[in-house]
Write a protein that binds this ligand. Structure first.
Ligand code: NAP
Length: 455
């Protein structure tokens, strides 16, 4: 139960300091709890009264005689949304008490019954209709998608002399993306924190055909750095065509291992905000060239693989954020979202954020985390991503077989939970099954040689 001080703070917050009598009443119709908003002049329903009795607050409520001042939301003619919610709620509340109340719902007047009926109707109608619709139209939709894909494959964006900004270009997928773009004759802006590594990548990119390669060190967790990255890129090359949002880190620890919360924001600061800031500052420039955002999310956007709760959350947030942004900027900026599975990089070499928020390389942890999932070469991953971008695809899942987990997640999430739990959770004193499989069959069975080197 919430303490009274907390409840009072919420009362004040809800009416702008002039505490209308907001009371908390538990309803147990569906096992959940509802908030009842009631004026002290009103009468509480029998159900709410009973509930308050249980929580020992009835006397408090009933003895309050002083009529409260009317907040603005209650004044005649006020049409604000909060006001109408309060009014609706009071109508429901009053009519509920008039009619004797209901144990399950705060109101049983006609309008409320009608609303409940609409939802019952939609609950019964929509899911089976959509399911049958999906089954019936499945072959046609797949056919239409393939025709569309074929059509798009003939229309390739010519990237020569395009200006491409890549974040996280000092290693892994970002470094390889730089080479793939370089081979297409682009002008590159390479960014990450390690300037020395970026200079090496820039030199190699020039030797591979990049029209130019400009290095801008930047920490994507700093909004100022991200703003400056975009401004420096535009000052140097005059415009932007592609912005590749790739910088990222991954955690590998169980939440219960953390002794404090200091390290918690690290992954979301990098993988979510570190992609939002550059995207935001690049928008006006990308609008003027009808450019593209290439977003490196992950299959973790929909997999609930243990030990990486923050990573999964950040990638799910990225997917939703950039899908929404795509809808907002439709016709002005294109968005390609890449969702790679485990890929050759510093992450799959074992570089993970630990419970204290620091990055460490540990190949035993990598074996437990990645387990028997075969690691894709970064060459294959980066080629698929750049190809999807130049063919104006919305999504690219690489390797494609990870898509199988999506219907499993939607249809039988229990199976996915079970599979990941038996793979990743410790088994008493024995290592998790994922690591035991890698130990038994050897790292080289699953991982490219580059990620097997000693840390
Ligand atoms: N490898 C996989 O299995 C896999 C699978 C799916 C998705 N992804 C995604 O692919 C992207 C690239 O990761 P990767 O696998 O190639 O790992 P990686 O080799 O560790 O590369 C990560 C890159 O991000 C940069 N970075 C990290 N924190 C940064 C910060 N605060 N500011 C600026 N740059 C930062 C790193 O450069 P500095 O350290 O020099 O700053 C590095 O260039 C990430 O978004 C990752 O989530 C990877």
């Amino acid at each position: 139960m919430q303490d009274k001080g907390h409840a009072r703070a919420e009362e004040e917050g809800a009416s702008g300091g002039r505490a209308e009598f907001l009371r908390r009443a538990p309803f147990t119709g569906d096992g959940g709890r509802l908030w009842l908003v009631a004026s002290s002049r009103g009468t509480a329903s029998s159900s709410s009264r009973r509930s308050f009795d249980e929580e020992g607050e009835t006397a408090d409520m009933e003895e309050k005689q002083e009529p409260p001042k009317l907040p603005r939301a209650e004044q005649p003619g006020y049409r604000g949304s909060v006001g109408s919610e309060i009014e609706d709620s009071r109508k429901n509340h009053n009519s509920d008490s008039d009619s004797g109340g209901s144990a399950a719902f705060p109101s049983s007047d006609g309008s409320s019954r009608e609303k409940a009926w609409v939802h019952t109707f939609l609950n019964l109608l929509l899911p089976p209709t959509v399911f049958i619709g999906l089954v019936v139209t499945f072959p046609f939709v797949i056919f239409a998608k393939y025709v569309n894909r074929l059509f798009k494959s003939f229309r390739r964006e010519n990237l020569k002399n395009h200006v491409v900004v890549i974040t996280g270009a000092s290693s892994g997928i970002g470094e390889e993306l730089a080479y793939k773009y370089a081979k297409r004759g682009t002008k590159l802006v390479l960014s990450a924190r390690r300037a020395e590594k970026l200079n090496q990548v820039a030199e190699r990119a020039r030797s591979m055909g990049a029209a130019d390669a400009f290095v801008i060190p930047c920490d994507v967790t700093s909004e100022e750095d991200c703003k400056s990255l975009i401004e420096q890129a535009v000052n140097h090359f005059g415009h932007l065509d592609h912005v590749v949002l790739n910088a990222g880190v991954a955690n590998s620890f169980f939440l219960s291992e953390a002794t404090d919360t200091k390290g918690f924001p690290v992954v979301l600061d990098t993988d979510f905000w570190g992609n939002v800031w550059p995207a935001y500052y690049a928008l006006p420039y990308l609008r003027s060239t009808k450019g593209r955002l290439v977003v490196i999310a992950s299959v973790a956007s929909w997999l609930n693989y243990p030990r990486q709760s923050f990573y999964n959350a950040s990638k799910a947030a990225m997917l939703q954020f950039f899908d929404t942004l795509r809808a907002e900027v439709r016709g002005e900026i294109d968005v390609t979202i890449a969702m790679p599975g485990w890929t050759e990089s510093e992450i799959t070499e074992g570089k993970f954020i630990s419970a204290d928020g620091d990055a460490r390389k540990d190949q035993d942890i990598r074996d437990a985390q990645v387990g028997p999932f075969p690691v894709l070469t970064r060459d294959a991953c980066a080629e698929a991503i750049v190809s999807a971008a130049e063919h104006n695809r919305r999504y690219v899942i690489v390797p494609f077989w990870y898509l199988s987990f999506l219907p499993i997640r939607l249809w039988v999430p229990e199976f996915q939970d079970w599979l990941f739990r038996i793979l990743v959770l410790p088994r008493g004193r024995s290592p998790p099954l994922s690591k035991a499989i890698v130990d038994k069959l050897g790292r080289k069975t699953f991982y490219p040689s580059s990620v097997q080197k000693k840390e």
